[in-house]
Design a protein around this ligand. Structure first.
Ligand SMILES: [Zn+2]
Length: 221
């Protein structure tokens, strides 16, 4: 009996395909922690992987998480061809792509090429939307192409106690509505930093002045 159906030109048992998964959530929700955990789990199974990042909070070619974990990583600049990167190495089983929202759209296409052409599993982590609440182009492409999209449900709270959903950019104590899409700051820091707000307070622009004042003149506690 034939392995192929008359209705389909594809074999009944194609070789194993890779999977493209995208995990997204606001800042502080634990994306990098999960990326590092996933790398650890796959490595323990004897699988060979590469860890990639772009604009990590550490400022270097590392994936670092706010709870203190860290790992050396390959820094993805705009000119890096991810297919060439993987093909130059032997037997890459999976990629951990942290901060994938900052990759180029072409690089997201390259990730899909690796999944479909080479059977590489790709686990991408990143923000979905920027400080204007608009989707990053790379994140949009991941939504369009990924086999699975997961919203991370680690609890991040707005100052009011509601669920934090939006990434607000704060410049000199005021919430910014316009500006470059990518300005690297952190959720604790100086002139430009980011706050996670609920939708209500993101839309009203209320970042909690008392909280900001404490940030600008920290007192030992
Ligand atoms: Zn709120």
């Amino acid at each position: 009996m034939s392995e192929t159906s008359a209705l389909s030109s594809t074999p009944a048992h194609p070789r194993r395909d890779g999977v493209l998964r995208f995990f997204h959530g606001p800042m502080d929700c634990g994306k990098s922690t999960l990326a590092l955990q996933m790398n650890y789990n796959h490595g323990r199974q004897g699988r060979r992987g590469l860890v990639l990042t772009k604009h990590d909070r550490s400022g270097g070619a590392k994936v670092t998480s706010r709870i203190g974990l860290g790992l050396d990583a390959i820094e993805v600049d705009d000119d890096l061809d991810l297919v060439e990167l993987v093909m130059a190495r032997d037997g890459v089983d999976y990629l951990i792509c942290d901060e994938a929202c900052f990759y180029t759209v072409a690089q997201i296409e390259q990730l899909a090429d690796l999944v479909d052409g080479q059977g590489v599993d790709v686990y991408a982590f990143g923000l979905a939307s920027d400080f204007r609440s608009r989707m990053f182009p790379a994140a949009q492409r991941l939504f369009e192409l990924a086999d699975e999209v997961s919203r991370l449900q680690v609890e991040v709270l707005c100052w009011c106690g509601r669920e934090g959903r939006m990434n607000a950019r704060v410049v000199d104590g005021v919430m910014a509505r316009t500006g470059e899409q990518v300005v690297i700051g952190d959720t604790d820091g100086s002139q430009v930093h980011y706050r996670v707000l609920c939708r209500r307070h993101y839309r009203t622009g209320d970042i909690d002045a008392a909280h900001e004042a404490r940030r600008l003149s920290p007192t030992p506690s």
